[in-house]
Structure formats: C-alpha cells, structure tokens
Design a binder for this molecule. Sequence first.
Ligand code: NAG
Ligand code: NAG
Ligand code: NAG
Ligand code: NAG
Ligand code: ZN
Length: 602
Amino acid sequence: MAGFPFLPLLLVALYASLAHAAPWPLHARHATHRVRQIGRGLEVKAFHPKSTFQTFGKGIDQPIPEGFANSLTPPAINDSAVTFMQAQLGVDAAHVGYRAGLSDGSRKFAYVKQVHDGVPFANAVANMAWKDGKVVAFGSSFVDINSISKIADSNPTLDVNSVIPTTEAALDGRFNDQPPTLEYLVNEDGSVALTHVFQIRNETAGTWFEAYVCAHTGQLLSVTDFVAHASYTVLPIQKQTFPAGQETLTDPQDLFASPFGWHSNGTDNTTETTGNNVAAFVGGRVSAETSAGLNFNVKYDDTKDPTAASNIQAATNNAFYIANTVHDFTYRYGFTEKTFNFQDSNFGKGGKEGDRVVVSVQDASGLNNANFATPPDGQSGVCRMFIWDFTDPRRDGSLENDIIVHEMTHGVTSRMTGGGTGRCLQTTEAGGMGEGWSDAMANWVSQKSAQVEDFVVGQYVTNKPAAGIRSHPYSTDPEVNPLRYSSVAQLNEVHNIGEVWANMLHNVYAVLVAERGFSTTALTNPDTTEGNVVFMHLFLDALLLQPCNPTFVDARDAWIQADENRYNGANKCTLFKAFASRGLGLNAGPDFVDNADVPAGC
Ligand SMILES: *[C@@H]1O[C@H](CO)[C@@H](O)[C@H](O)[C@H]1NC(C)=O
Ligand SMILES: *[C@@H]1O[C@H](CO)[C@@H](O)[C@H](O)[C@H]1NC(C)=O
Ligand SMILES: *[C@@H]1O[C@H](CO)[C@@H](O)[C@H](O)[C@H]1NC(C)=O
Ligand SMILES: *[C@@H]1O[C@H](CO)[C@@H](O)[C@H](O)[C@H]1NC(C)=O
Ligand SMILES: [Zn+2]
C-alpha cells in the first residue's frame, strides 16, 4: 500500500542496530539491562532487547488484512495486528504470534510476540494501538533472525522437571505449579537460547521470580522479578549521623511487618513519602519518588542549608525511611496492631487503625529539638523534627538517625505502657524513663558488633562529637558515665532522669552481649539467642507488663518478669547484677537510695 511513508525509515533503524555483533549500544544499558542480587549472593543479569517506538499523532491507515477486502465484518484485532506487524517487521505470519488485544471505546491495543519454529520469544515482542480505526503507536523489540549469530534448536535436550530443583535452590524458593512454558530468549550477545520458563516463589522472603533456564544446558539465564522494588538514598539506620555516609538501599521494607510495603495500605498505593505506617512531609508537602517504581534518590548535601530544595526532599526521605524502619523492627519484637501500634490499616489483626505516624520534617514550630505526641490508639502519633542552628550552614535533625529513633520510640513506650492510652508515662519519674528508653533504642540500633561502643546522642546536630546533648556518653565505664540510681534524687528534668535509666540499660545491654554475643540480623530476625536480640525482646515485653507511670523499681521488675516469661529466668542474675551495678539492686526502694544487692544464688 502506498500509505506507508514511515516504513523504510523504521526498517533502516532496526537493521542498522542489528548489524553490529553486540547489537545494543553499551551506553544504553539502563534501558536494556537489570542486574539483580538474589538470595545467597547469586547475581542474575536480565537482558531486554531495546524496543523501537513510534507514535503517529492522529494516526495512519493500515493494510486491510487478507480475506477482508470485500468482507462486511471488520477484521478482528488479532487479524489486524498480525497483518500490520508482518508488513512493518518484514516477516511472514509464521513468525508473529498473537498474544493479547483489547478494545476500549474508540481505542484498541494489541500485543504480539516473535515466533521461530513454533516457539515464541519471551523478550522479542511488539505492540500497537489504534484510535478511531487508525494506527497511532507501534513498538517492537523483534530481532532479525537472519542476523542472529546463533539460535538454539527448538527441541529441548533437558526436561523441565530436571531443571526445577536446581533453580529452586538457586532462587531460594519453590516452583509454584503455574504451568511451565518453552520460550526463546534473546541474549545480550545476539544469540538466542531455548528456555524453560517457570515461576519460583518464596512467601516468607517475599520473593517471586519467573526463571528462564536453558533447555539444553540447565543454566539459569535470566529472571523476571514480579515484585516491585523501592529504593531510598538515606542514612542507613545503623549509621548514627550524616557523616557516616548515605547509601541507596533497595527494598528496606520488612514485608513481615509491612505486608504491602511502605507506600500502600493494601487498597490505595502512593508514590510519595506516605503509606500505611508513616506520612512524612515538610510544611505539608510530601516528597515524591524521583523516578517511577518508588525510587527516592535525592542526596543530602550538608554544605547547603537544610531548606535547599534537594535537602528538603532528602531529609523527608530519610525521616520516612527511619520512621518506617522503626515501625518494622519494633513490630518484629512485639509492637503490633494488637499492642496498639501506629498504622492506617491494621489488616484485620486487631487494635485500632487510622493512626499512622505523621512526621513533620523541618517543622516550623521550633529549633534545636524534636518531639513526639502520642495520643491514644486510633489517633495518629505526631513527630516534629526541627532544624538546628548551632552550625553554619544549619543542620537538620532528620539527618541524625538517633534523634528520629529517639522520637519514634516515644510512641512505642507510650503506647505499650498502660494499654494504648498514651496516659501512662506522665509522672516525672516515668516520663524520665520514657526519655531513657528512647535514647536506649537509638543506642541499640547503632551498635554494630559484640564490641559495645559508648554512645553519644545528638552529636551531629550540635557538632559536638564527644558530648552531644546529654551530660555524659552512655558507657559501662563509671569514669565516663558515673550516673547511678541515687543520681535521680538530685534531678528534676525528664531528660536528665532519662540519662540514668538509659545508662542502666546500656549496662544491661553490654552484659547480655558479653554473655550471649551479637546478632547482625537483629533488626529483622528476633528468633535468635544473641544478647542484642534478648535485650530488645525484654525491652518491649517489659513495657506491656509494667504498671501505669512506673518507677525505676517497677521497670526493673518488669524486665525480670519478662525474662521469666520468655526465657524461664535464664538472665535473671545477669540482669540483677547489671541493675545493681548502678544502684538499682534487689532491695532498692522507691526512694533513690543506691542498693547493690542481688537475689540469693546470683
Ligand atoms: C483471530 O481470531 C479468530 C477468532 O478466534 C481466529 O479464527 C483467527 O484465526 C485469528 N487470527 C489470527 C491471525 O490469529
Ligand atoms: C524462603 O526464604 C527463607 C529466608 O527468608 C528461607 O529460610 C527459606 O528456606 C526459603 N524457602 C524456600 C522454600 O526456599
Ligand atoms: C498496590 O500495591 C500492592 C502491593 O505492592 C499491590 O499488590 C497492588 O496490586 C497495588 N494496587 C494497585 C491498585 O496498584
Ligand atoms: C487506604 O487509603 C485510602 C486513601 O487514603 C483510604 O481511602 C482508605 O480508606 C484506606 N484503607 C484502609 C483500609 O485504611
Ligand atoms: Zn524525648
């Protein structure tokens, strides 16, 4: 037909790119490749031949399919599509397989795949669209069979059942009984392999792959990853302050704690720093993904003011990431829907919903601080993060993880003490311990090994690495931190009282880790027996046990009882000795007089 002025141009473009040995230019790798780390260190490179794509404005005519020239019924989508593709791609009907099509009012869409010897291609496909009967778009990743270096025989050497077990092991999951298919796969070097294609899924790990395994050699050649990935350029939670270095984390969400990820409540999805657990924003403006697929990849630059546009975004992203991470790991240790946590949807698992944490980054209501308001279960917790002006340029509290973790922990302790009312850490003593738990949690997440480090809160925002915002670093060394139970008698301010409690907990932590070792997977695996895991279990278990407005003595007793409940008292003496070493021994009264006693037999 005469109506195809674009045809020669298109074919020139297609064949020109196929003329080279490595037909897809190396500089375009983001468009054609995806390298994935899978399971235990396996790396799979998936190759997707580059698609050509043309759009035609108001549309172009297409040839009338064979046999329809004099027909009264218009051709169906499949016949129209196959006819068009044959002409466009210069192939005969045997090489075009119709896959799917749909009509939607005046619009129609069709999808085809390349075929050779009756076997369809997985990654050589084409699509087209019509509007009002005219072709308006055409895309293709078909390859030119004549210029292909090597195409595998279409009869498999290996039966699919013989390659499933090794693939299950490689991808750390199970074949899920979706019928396997036999498909050609175009490789990066231009050769074409024959592959068995089947699905491997692991519900526990939240992975779901489609594997392409060579039907002649059994080699795993490529994967399709059905799970959408999210990435965040942030300060990893184990890194306390900004100078430790931002990283881009892929899929940090824990699907056990957040089954629909961080940007969905199970029905509605977002592409911003809002989701089921947290909504983070600056001045009411959320941060949007920087590229499709939930990528939040703006770097913070602290040589600029926090209010530089990119810094606003990066700070919001970091606050969102940390607040969600605290949601997720505390969930693992027992701060769940039932125990009054913060979520928009509770997925039918108990508790009151509609109460995700709202994080106001660079909140205008203050400077050089941060705060967290905990209303009862069913109402959102509100975290306000401030800018700090001790330095020039100023610094943002949302780039100091210990500050965000501290604030988020207020929500945990205020909800878990006293049954979700938010009313039970109100006395000076209990409120003081509230500050202490918050520092202790920030301390816990930033410990990296069995070598327990002293811990300084607020060092980056104040630019005081050795002192930070408390009176002493947290330490097992009485010369570095001399605070004892009796110190509380002289203190009236909650943060000062909190330092005494946080330092006791630092000592408890240190002996548990000394005795039981350190787990590097404690944030996501609460089922091991190392000291840092035991510590976090007792931390959260004790909150549920203790009374409304607990005293130091009550809080200590709750730890002892938590240990009895969970570990049959295995750590009783260890705990008592650590508390007693700072004056909160067995016979400490409520009167802030040091006592060094431990129970008989300890
Ligand atoms: C299109 O679909 C019709 C009806 O199912 C079928 O008879 C015809 O062979 C199909 N044509 C192609 C090219 O697949
Ligand atoms: C699924 O992944 C978990 C780790 O998250 C692993 O322990 C388990 O063995 C995997 N299951 C299968 C069937 O491979
Ligand atoms: C929303 O996200 C969830 C989880 O990622 C996904 O299963 C679901 O299909 C998405 N829903 C919509 C409407 O995009
Ligand atoms: C999910 O979010 C949407 C949009 O905010 C809201 O309308 C819907 O009620 C939420 N669903 C649940 C179960 O919380
Ligand atoms: Zn606080």
